[in-house]
Design a protein around this ligand. Structure first.
Ligand SMILES: [Zn+2]
Length: 199
């Protein structure tokens, strides 16, 4: 009887150990998929992994400073507030979001204003006013819906713009998980319409 108890304890220890291993493995596989997707789109390497003070997950080309991390939290706070106003319930907590900070492919726009943007394949924007010849400059871009992830460029100033990008990219994700019809109508900006979508 004593031996059986010992055996059971050993078995359950293994079971717990195995469960942890499974969870950690599944987690890292999801992260790997996400990182591969971000690398494919931006051609950047994301060597920094961390989180904002409120718990949003961050992968970045360089370690982001406090202003950057706080601007992300501010953008998510604004997003959650407007989502709650619309009675949405899903994906309204900081850890639901994984945010990639890529290298800026330009830092000024055609009007010579500070505008760190990423260059992404034009796809649905081909031939439109946004098309730069195979790519478009974007302030931000959704990477995945499960988990919620998007990417935007490094900023050294104008962190208000970061908060806006976070709120605006986040709108697509919140709509996807709370109002699929409005999501479909607003997902593709080449058909007209911009941000903010939610008021
Ligand atoms: Zn958008």
């Amino acid at each position: 009887m004593k031996e059986l108890k010992t055996l059971l304890r050993i078995v359950s220890m293994f079971a717990v150990g195995f469960m942890f291993y499974q969870t950690a493995d599944a987690q890292s596989r999801a992260d790997r998929d996400l990182i591969n997707q971000a690398v494919r789109i931006t051609k950047d390497n994301f060597s920094f992994a961390g989180q904002t003070p409120k718990g949003a997950r961050v992968f970045a080309v360089n370690q982001p400073n406090a202003s950057m991390l706080n601007a992300i939290d501010k953008g998510l706070a604004d997003l959650f507030a407007v989502a709650q106003k619309n009675n949405y319930r899903n994906r309204l907590s900081y850890p639901d979001y994984t945010i990639f900070i890529a290298r800026a492919d330009r830092t000024t726009n055609s009007d010579k204003n500070y505008s760190p943007d990423i260059a992404v394949g034009s796809a649905q924007y081909a031939g439109s006013v946004y098309d730069q010849g195979g790519f478009v400059y974007a302030a931000g871009m959704v990477l995945a819906y499960n988990p919620c992830a998007f990417v935007f460029a490094e900023h050294t100033k104008d962190f208000q713009r970061v908060s806006e990008i976070v709120r605006y990219e986040g709108e697509h994700l919140v709509l996807y998980h709370n109002d699929r019809q409005l999501y479909k109508k607003t997902a593709d900006h080449s058909q007209g319409g911009g941000h903010p979508i939610l008021k």
